[in-house]
Design a protein around this ligand. Structure first.
Ligand code: AMP
Ligand code: MG
Length: 328
C-alpha cells in the first residue's frame, strides 16, 4: 500500500469517526398554540441545548402573525380593515407579498383573507348548525387576496374592505419551521429536523450519516403511521381533515375553507406535500386540499421539486408523478 493511500485511508477513518461522534438530541415544547419538536445533531448536550434555545425563539414570529394577540402586527392590520393602511415590519410585508403570489399560483385556493369567515366557523365544538346562506355570502364577499393592498414604498398593508381579515394558519408554521432551520444552519448545526406540529423541515443527515426518516400520519387513524419516507434537505407538510374539525348533523367539516364558498373543503382526508421549503409545502398542502385531487395533482406536477400524496375521502391514494408507493 502506498503511503499516500495509507494517509488518505486514515483521513477517511478519522473524519468519519469525528462525524459519527456526533449524537442526536430531541426536545419537545409548545409554542404558537401548537406542539413543536426540534431534533438536532451535535457533539454534546451543551451544544445541542444552545441550538434548541435558538430554535425556540418563536416569539418574534408570534408578534408578527398571531391572530389572537390583539397587539400583533397582523391584528393591527385586521383592526384597520376598510379604515387605513398599516405600516408593518419588512418581514411581515414580505410574507404577505409571498402569500399573495401563492394565491395567484393556486388560483385563490390558498388565501390568507379566508379569515373573514373565522367569525362564522369556530371549529372548537361550538358550531352546532351550518351557517345560513346569506351569512356565508356576506362573509365570502370580504374574501379576496386581490383586495389586500400592498404598498412597497411605504411598507404598508391595507385591507380595502371593512370586515376583511387575514390569518396565517395555513402558512405560519411552515414559515416558522423555515426560519428555525435557517437559524440553526447558520449557527453550524450539521443536521436536524424542525417539526412544527407535523410540518417538518430537515437538513443534513442523522448522527450516523444516514438520511432522516419522516412518518406520514394515516388520516383514517391519526395515531398510526401511513408511511415512512427517507428525505434529504426537504420539507414535508400535511394538511388533514382530522387536525381540526366540527361535526354537524353527523357530518365532519374540516377547518380548511374553500374561499369561493366559505364552506369547509370536502373530498380529501389528507394532503402531504414535499418541497424545498416548509412555507411553500404548507401553503400548497392547504391549497391542494381545497382544489381537490385532480386539480391539486395537476398543479403539483407543474412545479419543480414539489411532490404530493393525497388520500381522498374514499381512502384512495393519489400521487404526483415522481412518487411511487408500493402496495404491500
Ligand atoms: P393547514 O393545516 O396548513 O392546512 O392550515 C389550515 C388552517 O389555515 C386553518 O385552520 C385556517 O386557520 C387556515 N385556512 C383555512 N382555509 C384556508 C385557505 N383556503 N387559505 C388559507 N388559509 C386557510
Ligand atoms: Mg398549510
Amino acid at each position: 500500500m502506498s503511503s499516500r493511500y495509507l494517509f488518505f485511508s486514515l483521513c477517511v477513518v478519522f473524519c468519519t469517526s469525528v462525524v459519527f461522534a456526533q449524537k442526536t438530541f430531541t426536545e419537545k415544547f409548545s409554542k404558537m398554540g401548537s406542539s413543536f419538536e426540534v431534533i438536532v445533531v451535535a457533539k454534546n448536550k451543551e451544544v445541542a441545548d444552545g441550538f434548541i434555545a435558538m430554535a425556540k425563539n418563536y416569539n418574534r414570529i408570534e408578534n408578527l402573525i398571531s391572530s389572537w394577540d390583539s397587539n400583533s402586527e397582523t391584528s393591527k392590520i385586521n383592526q384597520n380593515a376598510g379604515v387605513k393602511p398599516v405600516k408593518v415590519s419588512k418581514e411581515l410585508w414580505d410574507l404577505i407579498e409571498r402569500s399573495q403570489k401563492l394565491s395567484q399560483l393556486t388560483s385563490g385556493a390558498f388565501d390568507i383573507s379566508y379569515a373573514a369567515v373565522d367569525k362564522i366557523w369556530t371549529f372548537d365544538g361550538g358550531d352546532s348548525e351550518l351557517p345560513a346562506e346569506a351569512v356565508l355570502k356576506r362573509s365570502v364577499a370580504k374574501i379576496g387576496y386581490k383586495k389586500i393592498r400592498l404598498n412597497q414604498k411605504d411598507q404598508t398593508v391595507f385591507l380595502s374592505q371593512a370586515g376583511m381579515k387575514i390569518g396565517f394558519g395555513a402558512i405560519g408554521k411552515g414559515y416558522a419551521a423555515d426560519r428555525a432551520k435557517e437559524t440553526l444552519v447558520a449557527a453550524g448545526a450539521s443536521g436536524g429536523i424542525i417539526n412544527a406540529s407535523g410540518d417538518m423541515n430537515t437538513w443534513g443527515t442523522q448522527a450516523d450519516g444516514s438520511d432522516w426518516n419522516v412518518a406520514i400520519v394515516n388520516p383514517l387513524n391519526s395515531k398510526k403511521v401511513f408511511s415512512w419516507f427517507s428525505i434529504e434537505q426537504q420539507a414535508v407538510v400535511t394538511s388533514g381533515d382530522y387536525e381540526r374539525f366540527t361535526t354537524i348533523a353527523g357530518e365532519r367539516y374540516s377547518h380548511i375553507i374553500d374561499p369561493r364558498t366559505g364552506m369547509p373543503a370536502k373530498g380529501i382526508l389528507s394532503c402531504t406535500i414535499f418541497a424545498p421549503k416548509a412555507e411553500l409545502a404548507d401553503a400548497l398542502a392547504t391549497a391542494t386540499f381545497v382544489m381537490g385531487t385532480t386539480a391539486g395533482i395537476f398543479l403539483i406536477n407543474q412545479l419543480p421539486k414539489v411532490e404530493a400524496i393525497i388520500i381522498d375521502a374514499m381512502g384512495r391514494i393519489h400521487t404526483s408523478k415522481n412518487i411511487k408507493i408500493e402496495d404491500d
